[in-house]
Design a protein around this ligand. Structure first.
Ligand SMILES: *[C@@H]1O[C@H](CO)[C@@H](O)[C@H](O)[C@H]1NC(C)=O
Length: 369
C-alpha cells in the first residue's frame, strides 16, 4: 500500500499534485502557476527511481464539487483541505481527493478556493458591536474574486447612502468604499492584484445598534487566464439570457442606494440572441433616479428614446435633468452591454420623488433572433 505523504497546491492550473511513495518521505515545493489545464481530469505517471523505488504522480483538477447542505466545495487532497481550514466531506477524483468545504468565521484565513465567509454561528443572528476580519490568501495568479452573496444583513445606510452604523470594507479594489444594509442572491466581482497584497480582507464592523445581523458570501478566486473572468472593471457580470440586476442594499428597508460606489454592471449578449429587453421592477413603478452628482448610465438608451441626452439619469433638487429610458425598452446591440453606476455624492438625500428610498432593480431578457 502506498501512503500518500505529501502534497499540496491549490493553484490556477486546476491541479493538485500528490506524490505517493513506497517508503521515503519526499518533500515537495508547491508551484503557483496559472497554466491552462490539460483538460485531463486524471493523469497518473509511474516511474522507477534509484532511491525511491516506484512512485507515482497523480494530478487531478481542483474542480468545484457539491458538499452537504447545498454548499459547494473544491476537490483537494485531505491534507491540503484540512490544513487550510476546510472540512473534508465526500470523496472526489477517484478517491484521491475530498470535496473540501471551507467556512470562515471571524478572524479566519484561508487559501482555499470557494470559501464561505460567514457571520459568527451562521445562520444564527448576532446583535452586538464587533469587528470581524475574514481573510482570503490570494493565489499568485488570481486577477479577480467573485462574491456570490447568499445574504448580507447589516444595519442600513442613512438617507444619504452613508454607512454610519455597520459597514463592510474590502482591502482591495475601489468599486465600493463601503457596504451596508441588506443584499441577497446576487454576485459581485472585485479586481485584485496579488503582487500588491497577497490577501483580500473583508472587514465587517458592527456597532451597538440593536439589529439582527448575519452574512454568508461564497468567495471564488478567478485566474487571470480563465474565460470565466469578467471584463476588468465590471463589478457585476451577467452571462445568462435572463436575470435580475440588483445592487448592494437593494433588499434593504429602506433600500437607499449607497454612496461610494463606482462600477460597471456588464452583460454578455449570448449566442443566438439579437436583442435585450430591460425592465425596472421598482415597487411603485417609478424608474430609478439617482441624485445629480451620482449617475446610473443605461446601455443603448440612445436607441430607446427620442429625447436627447438620456444616457444619464439624475435628479437635481427634484427636477429631472435627464431621464431614464421609457420601459420596457429593447435594444439591438451586439457585444457586451454596460451600465455605469457612480455614486460619489455623500451629502444629497438618496430619495426618489418625494422621500421614498430607491435602488437598482432591473430585469433583463435576451431575445432570440
Ligand atoms: C476557483 O474556482 C472557480 C470555480 O470553480 C474556478 O473557475 C477557478 O479557476 C478556481 N480558482 C483557482 C485559483 O483554482
Amino acid at each position: 500500500m502506498n501512503e500518500i505523504i505529501a502534497f499540496v497546491k491549490a493553484n490556477c492550473s486546476d491541479k493538485n499534485k500528490i506524490r505517493s511513495v513506497g517508503f521515503f518521505p519526499l518533500l515537495l515545493t508547491a508551484t503557483f502557476l496559472c497554466v491552462p489545464s490539460s483538460g485531463d481530469q486524471f493523469t497518473s505517471v509511474s516511474r522507477a527511481d534509484r532511491f525511491l523505488s516506484l512512485f507515482s504522480i497523480i494530478r487531478f483538477k481542483n474542480a468545484m464539487c457539491s458538499g452537504p447542505s447545498g454548499l459547494s466545495g473544491t476537490c483537494y487532497t485531505y491534507k491540503s483541505c484540512v490544513k487550510n481550514g476546510g472540512r473534508a466531506t465526500s470523496s472526489c477524483a477517484n478517491g484521491y481527493g475530498t470535496c473540501c468545504v471551507t467556512r470562515l468565521s471571524c478572524g479566519g484565513r484561508t487559501t482555499n478556493n470557494c470559501t464561505y465567509i460567514e457571520s459568527p454561528n451562521y445562520p444564527d443572528f448576532f446583535n452586538e458591536a464587533r469587528t470581524c476580519v475574514q481573510t482570503i490568501s490570494l493565489n499568485s495568479d488570481a486577477c479577480q474574486v467573485r462574491l456570490d452573496v447568499t445574504e448580507v444583513n447589516l444595519v442600513g445606510p442613512d438617507s444619504k447612502g452613508n454607512c454610519n452604523n455597520d459597514v463592510l470594507k474590502f482591502s482591495q479594489d475601489i468599486k465600493w468604499t463601503q457596504v451596508c444594509g441588506i443584499t441577497r442572491n446576487t454576485h459581485f466581482y472585485l479586481d485584485v492584484d496579488p503582487t500588491v497584497s497577497g490577501t483580500l480582507d473583508f472587514t465587517f464592523t458592527t456597532d451597538g445598534t440593536s439589529f439582527n445581523r448575519r452574512w454568508r458570501i461564497k468567495v471564488s478566486q478567478i485566474c487571470c487566464t480563465k474565460l470565466s473572468m469578467a471584463p476588468m472593471g465590471c463589478g457585476q457580470y451577467f452571462t445568462s439570457t435572463t436575470g435580475s440586476i440588483t445592487g448592494w442594499n437593494s433588499q434593504g428597508n429602506p433600500d437607499f442606494y449607497l454612496s461610494g460606489q463606482n462600477y460597471a454592471i456588464c452583460l454578455r449578449q449570448e449566442l443566438n440572441t439579437c436583442s435585450t429587453t430591460y425592465l425596472e421592477t421598482t415597487p411603485s413603478g417609478n424608474s430609478f433616479y439617482p441624485v445629480c452628482g451620482d449617475t446610473l448610465e443605461w446601455p443603448g438608451v440612445h436607441q430607446a428614446n427620442t429625447v436627447t441626452q438620456k444616457d444619464e439619469t439624475c435628479k437635481p433638487g427634484g427636477a429631472f435633468a435627464f431621464f431614464s429610458p421609457v420601459e420596457p425598452y429593447t435594444i439591438q446591440q451586439q457585444g457586451p452591454h454596460y451600465f455605469y453606476f457612480v455614486t460619489k455624492d455623500t451629502s444629497n438625500e438618496h430619495t426618489r420623488i418625494g422621500t421614498s428610498a430607491d435602488n437598482i432593480n432591473i430585469q433583463y431578457t435576451q431575445n432570440s433572433c
